[in-house]
Design a protein around this ligand. Sequence first.
Ligand code: TXA
Ligand code: MG
Length: 339
Amino acid sequence: ETKRWTIHHDDMDQQAINDASGLLRNGWTVAFPTETVYGLGADATNEAAVSGIFRAKERPEDNPLIAHVATKQQLRRLTDEPSPVAEQLINAFMPGPITLVLPENGTCARNVTAGLSTIGVRIPDHPVAQALLEACDTPIAAPSANLSGKPSPTIAEHVWADLHGKIAGLVDAGPTGVGVESTVIDCTQDIPVILRPGGITKEQLETVCGTVMVDPALATTGEKPKAPGMKYTHYAPDVPMWLVDGSAAAIQAVIDRQHRHNKRVGVMAQTQMAARLKADNVIPLGSDLSEVAASIYDALRLFKYEDIDVILCETFPKTNIGQAVMNRLQKAASDYISP
Ligand code: TXA
Ligand code: MG
């Protein structure tokens, strides 16, 4: 059975933190909230413990995990020489929704890095994650706490639905916040390269270190992505999902055409747009891009898939957090409709 604790930010339950960190230090898997999504943690220095993560999630073993720590000092123990640009990013954005890929130094178990010579490191900006990592006093490997192929969890119920009975514990501290995962950025070269867009935007990164590149595999389909996880089709919903460009009238025309073919249509759109659309199941995503980011994974889990034949989703500008939002939507979608 999976143990479950409920914690309120403003009233940190130290007993729950102690119980959860005790399980982690003894080699068990425990899910916990971060500011991006819930993570499934295990002691990153314990190879058997880390195997438990891959088993519970049914995750391919060639997909490396991120090592989470509480402080910059602990982070520096995982790599020998952070480059000047890595130092800039550490100082500007940590703790926060960013993961730096740095040369690894053998502190973590081999299955954390899936045999790579680099390691992804992250300091989450969430009081419960911070308290837990401090109490563990060891790096914690943690991918998103979903079954492989499912949307990342933004509330504890998502974790429970995917993993209860398969993990030792779940710390529930409510919704996560940012809603899309951390930005993964390769800092092993002079010019940093975004491998996965996320909570820290390209615009924010550029204000700190000038030129930032984007892994070409993010823009084209032919290239092999440098973040192994980016090659998998994530979050593929149970019915086809199409991204649809254009006005409410244009999107409604696509819905109406499906209705004429007796197809039932689910829709995801920003709240103002959603209010103008008539379909079989309309899920509003909030009124600005940050709210959209915080709600897309929940929306993908809210559809009653037995009641719809296709999902249509509005497109968003690829600026700021929109870049991460569109990256995730494009991974979920099978088609792009531009009237
Ligand atoms: O926000 C987040 O990053 C969440 C929370 C729990 O911290 N974690 C997360 O982990 O999203 P995961 O495992 O679902 O995604 C990690 C991504 C994968 O695409 C993986 O391939 C990439 O980071 N990655 C990890 N280590 C890497 C490395 N050494 N080199 C390149 N890519 C790496
Ligand atoms: Mg994931």
